[in-house]
Write a protein that binds this ligand. Sequence first.
Ligand code: NDP
Length: 294
Amino acid sequence: MTARIIDGKAIAADLRVKVAGEVRRLAKQHGVTPGLAVVLAGNNPASESYVGSKAKATLETGMRSFDHRLPDTVSQDELLALVGRLNADPEVHGILVQLPLPPQVDAQAVLNAIDPAKDVDGFHPVNAGRLATGLNALTPCTPLGCIMLAKTVHDSLAGLEAVVVGRSNIVGKPVAQLLLAENATVTVTHSRTRDLPDMCRRADLLIAAIGRPEMVRGDWIKPGATVIDVGINRVQTAGGKSRLVGDVAFAEAVAVAGAITPVPGGVGPMTIACLMVNTVRAACAIAGLPKPSV
Ligand code: NDP
């Protein structure tokens, strides 16, 4: 058996087209153009590349993009003042502060200063709490993308045995909350879990968000299961080059699973597309309009 490959790149491209349609409709019917402000402090190359891709996707979907680049010497007060200005700016519906922040800045204090209504990363404790209590929330983008990908395989996630490996605030915990909201039966595992392979073998839906290259082996997977691989790990190859691999040993898993996301081209592209979705959702909520169709 060979698993169906879940084409995250194509699914994300479709989603961005739908977002662009909603952006056009909002402008035409309500005179609202969603705007996303991205704050980057310092010149971490990976962060610069993410921020560039986010700005490009924002403009391509017809939204406004506001880039704020600050030196790595920026003080916490300066960052808080910028967040305060963006909170008050009516053209800005989403605020994203790119992590990591320089060491002199308390990142959590900066994230906590973002207006929860504009918190398109979904990291604010108010949004995390709203998600956990089943209220309407802006939810973190990568977990949202994982659920959308799983739903391309399963019409409903209700009753599925879902196992999440990883419990970070960015991926593991919010994806577990979203799965619960979809009525899956959820197990969250982590570095202190006993017999992880056995836990994983229970899963109809396995979500790996660990940060360990190819840790999940083929014999950890129940035949026919759906596997969503969040991991992005750069490893050295024999020729001295490097390549990206996920947290799942893809070549082994593809022979056992029913459906699986590749790395790259699986969860990664969905993250930015879901940021666009969150910005449109935030703009509608702020303008007092009904939820968009994305
Ligand atoms: P974190 O390092 O914050 O969390 C990793 C989690 O994995 C922790 O809960 C940790 O457990 C658990 N873990 C680590 N080692 C083991 C082990 N040996 N056995 C079981 N569990 C283990 O990572 P993130 O959640 O931020 O990211 C996870 C991966 O997803 C990374 O590869 C990252 O690059 C990728 N990622 C991809 C994104 C995308 O857009 N596709 C976006 C965000 C992340 P414990 O809590 O006990 O320490």
